[in-house]
Design a protein around this ligand. Structure first.
Ligand code: UN1
Length: 499
């Protein structure tokens, strides 16, 4: 169903739609059925340089626009997104593959963020505090930093750009945005709506193309002091190294290997539901997806059979059909990687309980579909229990008590999301304290973060920064401390006393 036709799109630089300097292009196709979605400029460092120059010029005016006015543009953006929510969700089901209810959630997350950050236009609070000296006034204010390089993934093609671009803008920064090459149409639509909402030319620029060319050119450009990236650990390490010489501010949201703990006293039905949603929602392609289940021995068998029964009922198909539970994975390379982990798991001695194969028949051969996959008898040290698969694969690990459960949950290099199902409030509070992760859920799965709380993880999931919530403001501004001396004489802090 070609509702789009394969349109040709351009970059948006300094308020103008332009082709790549090279004139080269790439295609976006649907992972659901291979249909052509659009043709995009394959940009290079030259295009990035133009975009950065435009953003740098625009910054000098944008930083002086009163923050409440900047916030009002975000409110208009929220309204436009709301009006176009269904249309964009349909596009997302085609270009990215996720099922419609999740696509609507992705857009809703951006609407929520737009309202939240729009409101920040009238807050962006600093502090006032007494001075140690008489007739002196002290305060701290947030200041914008400059041009922000925004590099986003395909799995939340509207929500994640909103987490980065909207706080950057309300704080007074300008943006050079590189959307993922698997979902460029959605990135483009995001920018179109920002323009319609009233963002002036040059304040947001979009440059399409690959990480090696466009992403890297943004990261190393001397006039981009701030980089925010959601991607793989490997890319995060490389970006950190490339940005180090210029001491850039780098925000990273990287991998996860999130676990759901189910204790003997848990509500099993609820746990099964939470695991299915967290493991197979978005075909497992969330940083927050659950790819490990840590089950206490008293419930492990019952939980396992419940999970396998329910997983086998999930319907695979194109995301835009309302009765589809699980859509495709993003591309052929992802499908191959996911399947390679099935082989690895079998070779390591885990028991394949269901799935473990590329799905075919009923038109599924036209896209990239993988059967929801569950491994039993998983050892915490196996590769399938340690490495991020980013697909619909989950391994069940049996443990004897809550201490072992927490130890196993923490026994990975990542630390994004975590979860425990228990009716024992003491154990729940221990988990809240001891799970080494940026997010902990009690009696819910590992996915479903809300925009007004900090989002991110510990250990190899990031570098200490958070996005969303008030934490986002800390990344997209610099603090300035201001001292106003109205005594009319030179007063020396730490040296003069007030008597
Ligand atoms: C991601 O996969 O990088 O909490 C983001 C969640 C969503 C966002 C996931 N709100 O699962």
């Amino acid at each position: 169903m070609a509702i789009l036709g394969a349109k040709t799109f351009q970059n948006y630089i300094g308020g103008e739609w332009v082709d790549a300097a090279s004139g080269e292009t790439f295609e976006s196709t649907s992972p659901a059925n291979g249909e052509a979605i659009g043709t995009f400029p394959r940009s290079s460092a030259e295009d990035v340089a133009r975009a950065v120059a435009a953003a740098k010029t625009a910054y000098e005016d944008w930083r002086l626009v009163p923050a409440p006015r900047r916030g009002e543009i975000l409110f208009r953006f929220a309204q436009l997104l709301t009006e176009q929510k269904e249309d964009i969700s349909q596009l997302m089901a085609r270009e990215m593959g996720k099922v419609l209810p999740e696509a609507r959630g992705d857009v809703q997350e951006a609407i929520d963020m737009a309202y939240y950050m729009g409101g920040e236009g009238r807050r962006l609070f600093g502090q006032t505090t007494p001075s140690e000296l008489p007739d002196k006034f002290n305060m701290s204010v947030r200041q914008p930093i400059g041009v922000v390089g925004v590099i986003t993934p395909w799995n939340f093609p509207i929500a994640i750009p909103s987490w980065k671009i909207l706080p950057a803008l309300v704080c007074g920064n300008t943006v050079v945005f590189k959307p993922a090459t698997d979902t460029p149409t959605l990135g483009e639509r995001f920018v179109e709506l920002l323009i319609e909402a009233g963002v002036p030319g040059g304040v947001v620029n979009v440059v399409h193309g690959g990480g090696g060319e466009v992403g890297n050119a943004i990261v190393i450009h001397p006039d981009v002091p701030v980089i925010t990236l959601t991607g793989s650990r490997e890319t995060g390490v490389q970006v950190t190294k490339d940005a180090a010489d210029r001491l850039k501010h780098v925000h990273l949201e990287l991998g996860g290997k999130n676990a759901i703990i189910v204790l003997d006293d848990a509500d099993l039905e609820l746990a099964v539901e939470g695991i299915l949603w967290s493991a197979f929602g978005t075909s497992g392609q969330r940083c927050t997806a659950a790819s490990r289940v840590i089950a206490q021995e008293g419930v492990c068998d019952e939980l396992t059979s419940g999970l396998v029964d329910e997983a086998e009922k999930l319907r695979l198909g194109v995301g835009w059909e309302e009765d589809t539970d699980v859509g495709p994975v993003i591309n052929k390379a992802a499908l191959e990687k996911i399947h390679s982990y099935t082989t690895i798991g079998k070779d390591e001695g885990a028991t394949l309980l269901t799935g473990g194969e590329v799905a075919s028949g009923d038109g599924l051969d036209k896209g990239f579909y993988y059967r929801p996959t569950i491994f039993g008898d998983v050892d915490p040290e196996m590769r399938i229990a340690q490495e991020e698969i980013f697909g619909p694969t989950v391994g069940i690990i049996k443990v004897s008590d809550v201490d072992e459960a927490i130890r196993v949950s923490n026994g990975i290099k990542y630390g994004l999301s975590s979860s425990i199902f228990t009716r024992d409030v003491n154990k729940a509070f221990r988990a809240m304290r001891d799970l080494k992760a940026g997010i902990t859920y009690i009696n819910a799965g590992t996915i479903g973060a809300e925009v007004h709380l900090p989002f991110g993880g510990v250990k190899d999931t990031g570098n200490g920064h958070r996005e969303a919530g008030q934490a986002a403001l800390d990344f997209f501004t610099e603090w300035k401390s201001i001292y106003v001396d109205y005594s009319g004489r030179l007063q020396k802090a730490q040296i003069d006393t007030s008597d």
